[in-house]
Design a binder for this molecule. Structure first.
Ligand code: 3HC
Length: 301
């Protein structure tokens, strides 16, 4: 059954090579999914060779884990590993790509300059997808020569497990691009939904209310362990585990974007701001318990 708002499938263009801008964790998780489901060449690019190598090594290691668990054959593991490569030079890496997705820093100016760069490296038909979690697709495409091939393609963490994919149509996105995005999402075995190009789309807008209230409860003086404990057995992840999975900075950025758009409805918590200002990457320590230094920061009177 065609998802609501998806154009006719016959308009979809084939995807024979995938480019990924960024080789961080989100990008590498996407690379793993693309190579396993589409079985086409996947090229990761980043600012330097070290980052690129790290991304490729992650994908190879995850494929090895699947092999060790007996989930895939030796042949398949070797085939998939050989399909993943990295490049610093986008023109070289993305030559012949028909689907490029970016997963770089969540900042409009960065995303725009990445797409301007990619546009020089690919054909006019190549889909430019963005994994942005909150920013406007229309604005991101506005200065490009071919804004009609830009589309939002928003995955959730962990990419391999979460079934949903939000597909976002910008004002200028054409039907062929949208159809290709839906067909690709289906090939990745994700549940695809068309969402409006509004701040944080659907899921992160809902999560923004949740995360804002988590911060507010801590700001009001409830200990962090009590807030986290309240969710035991109720949701798959306690709030600060989920905030750590998403990343403190990304979660805060989501609430800032939403607060700018709907100031009366979204809250930016000073407690969560303190943790991001201290550049903490998680609320939890490597031993799997709440990081006491971060808790002290959150509970600061
Ligand atoms: N990578 C790959 N696979 C993973 C994984 C990861 N990081 N984490 C878990 N898995 C796999 C496990 O291998 C296991 O697979 P199997 O059943 O085939 O062996 C399966 O997922 C279940 O894992 P577990 O039994 O260990 O763990 P749980 O039952 O606790 O489930 C979870 C893990 C599915 C991640 C669950 O905790 C959950 O649903 N959490 C909520 C996650 C969520 O809400 N994500 C959305 C965040 S918002 C976002 O991403 C938006 C962005 O824009 C910021």
């Amino acid at each position: 059954k065609r998802p609501a708002g998806a154009p006719d499938r016959s308009l979809a263009r084939p995807v024979t090579k995938v480019g990924i801008v960024g080789a961080g964790l989100m990008a590498s998780q996407m690379a793993l999914l693309f190579v396993r489901r589409l079985e086409v060449p996947v090229v990761l690019t980043d600012l330097d060779q070290e980052r690129v190598d790290k991304g490729v090594a992650y994908v190879h290691a995850e494929i090895d884990k699947l092999l060790a668990k007996g989930r895939i054959s030796n042949d398949k593991a070797n085939r998939h590993k050989a399909l993943v490569s990295g490049a610093v030079d986008k023109a070289e890496g993305f030559a012949g790509a028909d689907f490029v997705i970016e997963a770089v820093f969540e900042e409009m100016s960065v995303k725009k300059s990445v797409f301007a760069d990619v546009e020089k490296a690919v054909s006019p038909e190549c889909v430019l997808a963005t994994n942005t979690s909150s920013l406007s697709i229309t604005e991101m495409a506005a200065d490009l020569e071919h804004p009609e091939r830009v589309v939002g393609f928003h995955f959730f963490n962990p990419v391999a497990v979460m079934p949903l994919l939000e597909i976002v149509k910008g004002e200028q996105t054409d039907d062929a691009t949208l159809a290709t995005a839906f067909a690709t999402g289906k090939a990745l075995k994700k549940t695809t939904i068309l969402v409006k190009d509004s701040p944080s789309f659907i899921v992160n807008r809902l999560l923004g209310r949740f995360m804002g209230e988590v911060g507010r409860i801590v700001d009001e003086g409830t200990p962090v362990t009590v807030v986290d404990g309240a969710f035991a057995g109720v949701a798959p992840m306690p709030p600060f585990v989920l905030l750590s999975l998403v990343g403190p900075a990304i979660a805060l950025h989501n609430n800032e974007t939403l607060h700018r758009a709907f100031p009366d409805r979204f809250y930016v918590s000073p407690a969560l701001e303190r943790v991001v200002a201290a550049r903490k990457a998680s609320y939890y320590g490597p031993d799997g318990s709440l990081d006491p230094e971060v808790v002290a920061m959150l509970e600061q009177p």
